[in-house]
Design a protein around this ligand. Structure first.
Ligand code: SAM
Ligand code: SF4
Ligand code: SF4
Length: 408
């Protein structure tokens, strides 16, 4: 197995493609001076395999900032979509479509040079971009981990091509059961998502389901779990966020801390009942079945500080949600500056990294099982009361209004 090693100020990060897991390893000496055998032994212990099974591949050009480079770079390859899902935060915005293939080529080379491990093609709907397959090919040629987030809406030819290029990881959205998914997306959408999941399974391509938890879907999580079991994958249950478009859906189906508690409580119970299906969610603080949604090893406010997002016009944001904050979090444009320059010098990004989740500091879960929830949620409403993410239910537990153990 190939393990990528990226030197960092604290030691190094080891990335395993098979499990898509990162491990942050702290060392006294810089990673470049460590004896190869010592590193092989350390990495073998981490990934539970023998030294002979491991091939180390060193990546990254320079140690910079708290992280040399993002772990994963999200690329908005298009602002077009085949659907107009009721829950979706993203409007279509074809006018912002400015990056062309040459821009992507330059950006991807920067990403490779910096030692970025994964590139996630997202959209709106990435598979409809006219340059989708070319960009996939470039990512693969550069030896980067190619992941794709799709609704599964595509014709048979595109589905075949997608399977044939063998991406490293495909995330397919499934929002509840057939009835809720089709009500949110469009009639027939569920069948296509399931078809893609079966095709990925048959081709043995790593896959995952993304399920948005809302008032409409939260009573149908078991059906998604049954589907995941059938197609052999895990699920990331993402709480509905109320930024961006789709106000009507949100007015009707937004979550509250209480309903988020109920959802997490149910997911926690299902982790025990169906251990073969890896389940991830936010505020995973009930029970012991913790499965890290994002690495907690480095004290950065949320995944946004560890990953990066490039919008279709080339603007870099710490994450897609932060685009909806009146441009306050735009960190530069990759068509004008190199990615490395933005990552190292953007004062906006530097300020973002300094954010301390003050209201989480006293919470025993902070940076152990919860990284403090969604920063945008706080920024958006500023009415989260005691805690920073308006869906955090820790105050309900502290006040004795909800039990600390999971229900069913
Ligand atoms: C914006 S979509 C892009 C990829 C693709 N078109 C799809 O539907 O999977 C990425 C993910 O964001 C989720 N999403 C959309 N709107 C959301 C919202 N308001 N809150 C939380 N997740 C949302 C989608 O369900 C999907 O899993
Ligand atoms: S969730 Fe995905 S498929 Fe649905 S409208 Fe948004 S981007 Fe398009
Ligand atoms: S207080 Fe902060 S760290 Fe604790 S559960 Fe809530 S969001 Fe997570």
């Amino acid at each position: 197995m190939i393990i990528k090693i990226r030197p960092e100020s604290f030691g190094y990060i080891a990335f395993d493609k098979r499990s898509r897991k990162h491990r942050f390893v702290t060392t006294d000496l810089p990673a470049s001076t460590l004896a190869r055998q010592d590193m092989l032994t350390q990495v073998g212990k981490i990934f539970d395999c023998t030294d002979e099974d491991i091939q180390l591949e060193f990546v990254g050009d320079k140690v910079r900032q708290r992280l040399s480079a993002p772990l994963c770079l999200y690329l908005e390859i298009t602002r077009y979509c085949t659907l107009r899902c009721n829950h979706c935060y993203k409007p279509e915005d074809p006018l912002s479509q400015a990056m062309d293939l040459d821009d992507f080529t330059k950006l991807l080379k920067d990403a490779r040079d910096m030692g970025i491990f994964e590139v996630r093609l997202c959209g709106n709907e990435p598979t409809i971009s006219p340059i989708f397959f070319e960009v996939c090919q470039q990512i693969q040629n550069l030896g980067l981990f190619l992941s794709i987030n799709t609704s599964g809406i595509m014709n048979a030819r595109t589905r075949r091509r997608l399977i044939d290029i063998r991406p490293d990881h495909v995330v397919v959205s499934v929002d509840g059961n057939q009835a809720t998914h089709d009500a949110i997306r469009k009639p027939g959408a569920y069948a296509q998502a399931v078809e893609l999941l079966h095709a990925l399974q048959e081709a043995n391509i790593q896959r995952r389901i993304n399920c948005v938890i809302s008032g409409l879907t939260m009573n149908h999580m078991d059906e998604v779990i049954a589907l995941a079991k059938e197609v052999g994958c895990g699920i990331s249950f993402i709480p509905l966020r109320t930024m961006g478009r789709s106000t009507e859906f949100k007015d009707e189906f937004a979550l509250t801390p209480k309903s988020m508690y109920q959802a997490v409580s149910h997911i926690t119970a299902q982790k025990q009942a169906v251990p073969e299906v890896p389940l991830e969610t936010f505020f995973d603080i009930l029970g012991n079945g913790f499965w890290a949604h994002h690495t907690m090893e480095i004290n950065i406010p949320c995944p946004a500080g560890k990953n990066g997002f490039v919008s279709a016009d080339g603007t870099f944001y710490p994450c897609d949600w932060l685009r909806y904050m009146e441009g306050r979090f735009a960190c530069g444009n990759v068509r004008q500056s190199s990615l490395a320059e933005i990552w190292e010098k953007s004062t906006t990004l530097q300020a973002f990294r300094q954010i301390v989740r003050k209201k989480c500091l006293d919470c025993t879960h902070y940076l152990k099982t919860c990284y403090g929830g969604c920063w945008c949620s706080y920024q958006e409403s500023m009415d989260c009361g005691e805690y920073e993410d308006k869906l955090c239910f820790a105050p309900l537990i502290s006040a004795g209004k909800m039990p600390i153990t999971a229900g069913g």
